[in-house]
Design a protein around this ligand. Sequence first.
Ligand code: ZN
Ligand code: ZN
Ligand code: ZN
Length: 460
Amino acid sequence: MDLQPDGRADAPDPDAAPNLASELAAPTVSRAYRCQCGRPVFLRNSQCLACRTPLGYVIDRLGVVPLAPAEDGAEAEGAGDGAEPDTFTVFGNPDGKRYRRCANLMTAASCNWMVPAPREGDDPSFNTDGLASGYCLSCSVTRTIPDLSVESNGELWRKLEHAKRRLISQLLALGLPVVSRHADPVHGLAFDFLGHMPGGPHVMTGHERGVITLNAEEAEDAVRERIRAEMREPYRTLLGHFRHEIGHYYWDLLVQPTPWLDEFRALFGDERADYTAVLQQHYEQGPPPDWANRFVSSYASMHPWEDWAETWAHYLHMADTTDTAMSFGVDATNVELASDLFTTEDLWQPEHPGATKFLDFLNGWVLLTNVLNELSRSMGQPDYYPFVLPRVAVGKLQFIHCVVTQQRDTTVSAAAAPGVPLPPHPVPPASASAPAQSQTPAQTQSQTQTQDRQQHPAQS
Ligand SMILES: [Zn+2]
Ligand SMILES: [Zn+2]
Ligand SMILES: [Zn+2]
């Protein structure tokens, strides 16, 4: 699809053989992974079902890769059969970096991520700093898990970790900093998955200074669907919760202390509005009647922080789905479309050097979701993408795109090894403690705390 300088979509040129992958400004990376045998493998696989090759997610490769047992060096004496137990290299690269399995591979979390096993001579950036001993980065940011003495909680924890790994793999691909609480005890990320304790307070999903709390019951499909219906939301998923809450984290990190803040206020509003008061007002009076013209969701109309988090989550939805479609060669540019596409007039900065590519990305998304919705309907399922993007939200999405890409450029230029995000803070030695501990008491209130999407007060 060609876009004219004024942003209007031109008629497709049949000779140009338009291809979504080549047309769009791909925000991130491939989501299609392959085993050494050539078969497609997926984000959560730890072994190829066809050839039994071990598989694992390797951060340096930003994807799932085939693995081979690491071989001892020829100079090693008494090396037995030559294999170094529990240590792997990427298949076909026996002299490359070495990895171990995350300690959560065999737990209910069934984690397929790999942990660096650095040797002398490796790049110093290849290390386990900031990781809980034996655990991967994703598991290291989990601080509290549901009580596993309750049998059904294992399944909830597995679903939570699956969704979180998808989130974190995307954050890494976007070049966003993912710093654990072990690395930065003050601002680092920590996830508390809390279950309701008998006689205890209702678990509030929210974010506070890097700590993301999620009600573990949300991992139960029936519970989540009931809350979704009560809240009259078109969409409610674990991944959506994670993407929303991490939006609050990155607002603290990338917007509040930076020159982006003024522009944020111009687009989203002044976040100094009393959060508790508008929260109460939102639940008592509902959203403003015209919210659909101004926000990506009714919840976004509550407060500038929530507008940011909702729009941020939307950006991550769009980027990941588009990346996945492009990775598998899905080309939505052949779609017959009656709906209007967005134009440069809808953008926040039409003159920005990346504006045209961003508009391509956005309109590719419109085309793609039209097809995906129709596919869902043909199976009798609810719409894949149950939203209508208002034009006002487009400027906010471009703003977020600019914040993310500027951060990625910073990360790439600062990183010793391309693609490996470096923590922006000094890193103390890794803690030897396991990442997951028993449930913690309720957090104290603070100005930056958000409490998201609870059950409707009348229902709880
Ligand atoms: Zn295979
Ligand atoms: Zn792990
Ligand atoms: Zn929120």
